[in-house]
Design a protein around this ligand. Structure first.
Ligand SMILES: O=C(O)C1=C[C@@H](OP(=O)(O)O)[C@@H](O)[C@H](O)C1
Ligand SMILES: C=C(OP(=O)(O)O)C(=O)O
Length: 452
């Protein structure tokens, strides 16, 4: 498999188009839902058919891991994926180390899956993933009876000895994290009795939704701003078709490009709009963005619509901390929007950005500063001073193995006065294969994004 870390860096450069961005596009399938479809498919009885799976590096890592654990994962001639599951408890010991590449979701959810199976496995990842905290999942999962031994701070490479008879967890997640919640729920599939996970702030609920879709009993009780999720253990998961919507986190990049390039009118078809994911669109509208939802529908149990986006004059706002879980991956691109808006934008409560593929808070501020945009980090807040119009640009942005920093910098290049360069665009493949081609297709004339 192609691994961005094994290849030479791919420097890219983005320059402003001669005219507006127009057309109708789709974006690749939702990354969170794609990981979960492969994992639950591997645990189900029967064959799960997945339509619209994201074929990005992160998800291909999960597919490879499911194969190594004994599931048959294949891609049909029509582009759908099939997962022949092994049933809960049926995963086999992998013969080699499982390399989860750049993907926090893959690594952390897999810890939960493995905790409930009496197998030994070793997880590793690329240099970015090996820096990321894993104790947030391994500490709670240890209460199932599974054992985890990792590098200093519990980091990858990490050895897992799963539990033969896992105990159900009752865990209050101390940070807003769908990955931690999901790891606990996946471990609970193998446990007798009810696994209970409490979250103080609601995070994306794709795991809960998909567990139900596969026949598990999941009870969700609102509690303040959060939820209590209770999963009845040892269900029989029955293979069920999964239709993966377009990823709202990926859609945010062309959406912002269209908002910022004057005269643009763009439709992005089939975007997943789960309310626990769509915070970016609410925030953009608060800033004055003209975004219309057309043809709203439910696909595969998730709300989906086509987004019609027209270039808009935007104003800086304060983004409250409680918005963060619903748009946690969208702050780098929101910072680019803020740089072009009138007035100041303050984004509150961004602590979790420090433990993503890079320290995204620092990397986002550096992205802006390198392009002449005034910004500051105050505690966990990012403050961006917009200049109402085109920022200067001309910077070289260090991407730190982080796809979202790479794509955000390139979108800035489409609206800045001077082209913006990035040191490495290879990691864009983790979540948005074909990103440059898809954006380039929106403008007449020369490619906006090209090798640097
Ligand atoms: O559960 C998921 O699929 C994800 C949860 C979020 O991470 P955290 O759980 O660490 O907040 C998000 O940043 C990541 O891109 C995907
Ligand atoms: C944080 C992200 O993913 P992960 O945690 O799966 O690496 C992301 O895609 O922005």
């Amino acid at each position: 498999m192609h691994n961005p870390t094994d290849t030479a860096p791919k420097p890219l450069r983005a320059a402003a188009p001669a005219g507006p961005l127009t057309g109708r596009i789709t974006v690749p399938g939702d990354k969170s839902i794609s990981h979960r479809a492969l994992m639950l498919g591997a645990l189900a009885v029967g064959t799960t058919e997945i339509t619209g799976l994201l074929e990005g590096e992160d998800v291909l890592r999960t597919a490879a891991a499911m194969r190594a654990l004994g599931a048959r994962v294949t891609k049909g001639a029509d582009g759908t994926w099939q997962v022949a599951g092994r049933g809960i408890g049926g995963l086999v010991e992998p013969a080699d180390v499982l390399d989860m590449g750049n993907s926090g979701t893959a690594a952390r959810l897999l810890c939960g899956l493995l905790a409930g199976h009496a197998v030994f496995a070793v997880l590793t990842g690329d240099a970015s993933l090996r820096q990321r905290p894993m104790r947030r999942v391994t500490d709670p999962l240890a209460a199932t009876g599974a054992r985890f031994v990792g590098r200093a701070g519990g980091r990858l490479p990490l050895a897992v000895q799963g539990a033969a008879d896992p105990l159900p967890l009752d865990y209050a997640v101390p940070v807003p994290s769908a990955q931690v919640k999901s790891a606990c729920l996946l471990a609970g599939l193998g446990a007798r009795g009810v696994t209970r996970v409490t979250e103080a702030e609601a995070t994306r609920d794709h795991t809960e939704n998909m567990l139900r879709h596969f026949g598990a009993t999941v009870r969700v009780t609102p509690q303040g701003a959060g939820r209590v999720i209770e999963l009845t253990g040892q269900p029989e998961l029955i293979a069920a078709p999964v239709v993966v919507p377009g990823d709202p986190s990926s859609a945010a990049f062309p959406a912002v490009a269209a908002l910022l390039v004057p005269g643009s009118v763009l439709t992005i078809q089939g975007v997943g709009l789960n309310p626990l994911r769509a915070g970016i669109f609410a925030t953009l509208r608060e800033m004055g963005a003209d975004i219309t939802e057309e043809n709203p529908r439910i696909e595969g149990g998730e709300p989906v619509a086509d987004l019609l986006i027209r270039a808009s004059a935007l104003t800086g706002i304060e983004v409250p901390a409680d918005r963060a879980p619903a748009m946690i991956d969208e702050y780098p691109i929101l910072a680019v929007v803020a740089a072009c808006a009138r007035g100041t934008t303050r984004m509150r409560g961004l602590r979790e950005l420090r433990v993503k593929e890079s320290d995204r808070l620092t990397a986002t501020a550096a992205l802006l500063a390198a392009n002449g945009i005034r910004c500051a980090i105050e505690g966990d807040d990012l403050i961006v001073h917009g200049n109402e119009g085109r920022p200067e640009g001309g910077g070289l942005v260090e991407t730190h193995m982080d796809h979202r920093i790479a794509m955000s910098a390139l979108v800035l290049g489409l609206v800045a006065r001077q082209p913006v360069r990035i040191d490495d665009g290879a990691f864009i493949e983790t979540s948005f294969p074909g990103f440059a081609a898809r954006l380039n297709g929106l403008a007449a004339g020369a490619a906006m994004i090209a090798a640097a």
